[in-house]
Design a protein around this ligand. Structure first.
Ligand SMILES: NC(=O)C1=CN([C@@H]2O[C@H](COP(=O)(O)OP(=O)(O)OC[C@H]3O[C@@H](n4cnc5c(N)ncnc54)[C@H](O)[C@@H]3O)[C@@H](O)[C@H]2O)[C@@H](O)CC1
Ligand SMILES: [K+]
Length: 506
């Protein structure tokens, strides 16, 4: 099988908030006993070697340096590149009278090499083999203002490959949110640690290839600061064998659980069917489906392995719930009185449960809130569902996906998967994992239903809620990566994942 997933697997597991990176920075600078110039010099040195690695033939570069320490990195890089015989032009922006002493030294270093340093204006000619973006880094506080916004637009319009220093300017490296104009980098070299926002929300869209230079951060600083989140991927979890044990020869279907998928209100039968099929492909011993009777013939035609229960009043559900070891409710559930009756019964049961889609929308409605502290539960909202559950707007959820996922996990006392680019998995203790697999082909109907089935089947085979959610999200995203590797992202269908899920899980 084509295995395209490795684009981010050179990065470490530890992901940091910007505040943590700044603290690592601060403690290291304190230990080095200078104003930060040593660390800045090291950052610039690594950035130049990344530039020379990616653009071996670069002979002429243009460097854009802002007024902060990100600009400091850029000035030193310019000086070092010049000393290597590269032709360098440097443009500055912002109020340089407010530079830190390290950034001032960096500017002086560039001036002393004899490089021409010019103010960036609309007339500036941004040319060369590579453009280095040292405009704004982790110090960005809001939407880039005035001349910064214009500079970002000019960088993007220049049609030259861009190397972003630390962070593409305009991106909030903590959240992955873009407030306004943002540099679209071809390569980003980030310093000290991977900032979590580079890998979720809009981060991956603007970073290009992401590289890390850890610099000489002192061990004691690393010992003091526990990473804010953990990067996971199919390749990583797979390598660490955080998954399923091989099956014994004398195993039988009873060893691998019985998933009951509940959903498929009139007109939405396919959603439940996709969850059912995914659960089977991931290896659940038995899969049943409780759905509207009108969907049963189609379900049995597509998958005769499934036990299909037509549910009209909702009261027929109780015996099926009793037989199941895992419940999965939500795909195509709707929000009718039928849907409510089914959800009520699931909430009254004890088995581990996966809740998705309209099950979450119902939980978000008045009078429905519940906690899962006494029960294994995985909730899988997309940002729209998360917003309803938190009483926020989607923009507010996305403004801090990490906080939103943690808040939901705490409020529901469950493992929560907040879907979207860089899907997050959170548990009530505040632990967060971020999946770096997946692609925009997954933005299509049915993908969430498949994920529900995948996670349910992993629970059925004995994984705990955290491992089932992490492994399930990565397996699902990696399957989508395999599916688009040759054919491209447009036109991917959720059911295209089915045979790939099976290959991956084995
Ligand atoms: N020794 C050090 O301190 C090190 C610093 N590092 C670099 O320093 C960067 C952080 O430096 P700073 O904290 O100085 O911050 P930045 O250089 O990221 O930006 C701060 C500057 O941008 C301006 N600014 C903030 N928001 C703005 C907006 N919305 N519109 C326009 N201007 C805005 C601020 O007024 C300030 O002048 C990192 O990203 C990294 O590149 C690295 O070199 C590692 C070592
Ligand atoms: K930058």
């Amino acid at each position: 099988m084509n295995r395209p997933f490795s684009a981010k697997d050179h990065l470490p597991a530890q992901l940091f908030s910007v505040a943590q990176i700044r603290e690592l920075d601060r403690q290291t600078i304190a230990a080095q006993g200078d104003d930060g110039f040593t660390l800045m010099h090291e950052a610039a040195t690594s950035a130049l070697s990344v530039l020379q690695h990616h653009w071996v033939d670069a002979r002429k570069i243009t460097v854009i340096a802002g007024p902060g320490n990100n600009g400091g990195d850029a000035f030193i890089l310019a000086a070092l590149a010049f000393e290597c015989g590269i032709r360098v032009r440097v443009f500055t922006l912002g109020d340089l009278t407010k530079q830190t002493s390290a950034a001032q030294k960096a500017l002086n270093m560039a001036v002393q090499t004899g490089i021409s340093i010019e103010r960036l204006s609309t007339a500036s000619d941004l040319s060369g083999d590579v453009l280095v973006d040292g405009l704004l880094g982790t110090g960005l506080s809001s939407e880039p203002r005035d001349e910064f916004a214009q500079a970002i637009a000019a960088i993007n319009a220049a049609d030259i490959p861009v190397l972003a220093l630390d962070v593409p300017s305009g991106l909030n490296a903590d959240s992955g949110v873009v407030y306004g104009p943002v540099v679209k980098a071809d390569v980003t070299i980030t310093f000290i640690g991977v900032k979590r926002g580079l890998l979720t929300a809009s981060g991956p869209d603007v970073c290009g290839a992401l590289e890390l230079a850890e610099l000489s951060v002192i061990d004691s600083a690393h010992a003091n600061i526990v990473a804010d989140a953990e990067r996971i991927s199919w390749a990583r979890l797979h390598d660490e064998m955080r998954g399923l044990a091989p099956r014994r020869g004398n195993a039988h279907k009873g060893h691998f659980g019985h998933v009951l998928v509940i959903g498929g209100e009139s007109g939405f039968g396919g959603a439940a069917m996709m969850a059912v099929e995914a659960a089977g492909r991931i290896g659940a011993g038995l899969v049943s489906c409780a759905t509207r009777p009108e969907h049963v013939p189609a379900l049995l035609t597509r998958r005769p392995e499934v036990m299909a229960l037509g549910v009209n009043s909702g009261l027929e559900l109780a015996p099926a719930i009793q037989r199941a070891t895992i419940l999965a409710i939500g795909p195509g559930l709707g929000q009718t009185s039928w849907s409510e009756l089914l959800l009520q019964q699931v909430l009254g049961a004890q088995q581990p449960v996966v809740l998705d889609a309209d099950a979450l929308n119902l939980l978000a409605s008045p009078g429905w809130h519940c906690e899962f502290s006494e029960r294994v539960a995985v909730l899988t909202p997309h940002p729209g569902e998360a917003a309803r559950m938190l009483g926020m707007t989607v923009t507010e959820v996305q403004t801090d996906r990490f906080a939103s996922a943690r808040l939901l996990a705490q409020r529901y006392q469950a493992v929560v998967v907040l879907k979207g680019q860089g899907s997050l998995i959170a548990d009530p203790s505040g632990r967060v994992a971020l999946c770096t697999d997946g692609n925009p082909g997954m933005s299509c109907g049915g993908m969430g239903d498949v994920l529900t089935g995948v996670i349910a089947a992993l629970l059925a085979q004995g994984l705990n809620a955290w491992d089932a959610a992490c492994l399930g999200v990565c397996c699902h995203s990696a399957a989508a990566d395999v599916a688009v590797a040759d054919a491209g992202v447009r036109g991917l269908l959720a059911t295209d994942l089915m045979p790939i899920l099976r290959e991956l899980i084995n």
